[in-house]
Design a protein around this ligand. Sequence first.
Ligand SMILES: NC(=O)c1ccc[n+]([C@@H]2O[C@H](COP(=O)([O-])OP(=O)(O)OC[C@H]3O[C@@H](n4cnc5c(N)ncnc54)[C@H](OP(=O)(O)O)[C@@H]3O)[C@@H](O)[C@H]2O)c1
Length: 253
Amino acid sequence: MKISGNTILVTGATSGIGRALAEALHGKGNKVIIAGRRQALLDEVTGRNPGMTGIAVDLSDTAAIAKFAESVKAQFPQLNVLINNAGIAGHEDYTADAVDLERAYSTIQTNITGVVQLSAALLPVLRAQPHSTLMVTTSGLAFVPYPPGPVYSATKAFMHNWLDALRVQLQKTSVEVLELAPPYVQTELGGPQQASDPRAMPLEAYTSEVMQILEQNTLEKGEILVERVKPLRTAEKDGKYQEFLDMFAAMHV
Ligand SMILES: NC(=O)c1ccc[n+]([C@@H]2O[C@H](COP(=O)([O-])OP(=O)(O)OC[C@H]3O[C@@H](n4cnc5c(N)ncnc54)[C@H](OP(=O)(O)O)[C@@H]3O)[C@@H](O)[C@H]2O)c1
């Protein structure tokens, strides 16, 4: 993807990785539209970044996604980059007699169904542009699951697999399909303590490495992989899968 002159929609850009990427892309001369549920944060981010537009949407709500996609299409017919970054995470304990599945279901809705629906709705706009990009934020956990969060990990493995298929379907169109697979990063995804967890990659370092990969076009088969996530990406091939699984089982976020 070219680094400037795009019209980019970033979902999940009220905080964390989405916000940092949206601000970095805004700084490179792109028209950036940010989306998320928290209106106060949309206002704060757009206030700090003149020219940026914020749209509130709940991506766990099918009807709201349809309305949102229509409004984006009408307001930004030149949209050529969709970054599906919004996501939630949670834990489930399948050793319990009654597994609490509420969070699991909303994780599937936000991390999978919402992404599939929004992508399908906006692909006609992307396909109409000479150069466009559809990106999804997956995770290093797409390649080795984190045992306390089976559904979360599986949503990311689903998206990895889905993107591989989509890339083939869209290869003769103007749409390139990219996967952003972060390692463990200092955001509040897993709770406030994660933002200062020394085991996690600082957000600024992560964002600047991602921007460098995009600018220098050092993508690997459509995957945006910072150095820190590469051992997870190749764990199975390297014979390290079980080692990572054991390490994650002993770790608590
Ligand atoms: N941080 C990590 O260690 C890590 C590692 C691998 C992958 N990731 C992935 O990176 C992405 C961003 O996460 P993050 O770490 O930056 O966490 P974060 O700060 O919690 O950001 C999550 C974003 O998603 C938005 N979001 C969540 N549910 C939504 C909904 N129903 N509708 C609309 N927006 C929604 C949130 O906005 P609102 O609350 O305002 O709606 C927020 O902007 C996620 O897909 C996550 O799975 C993170």
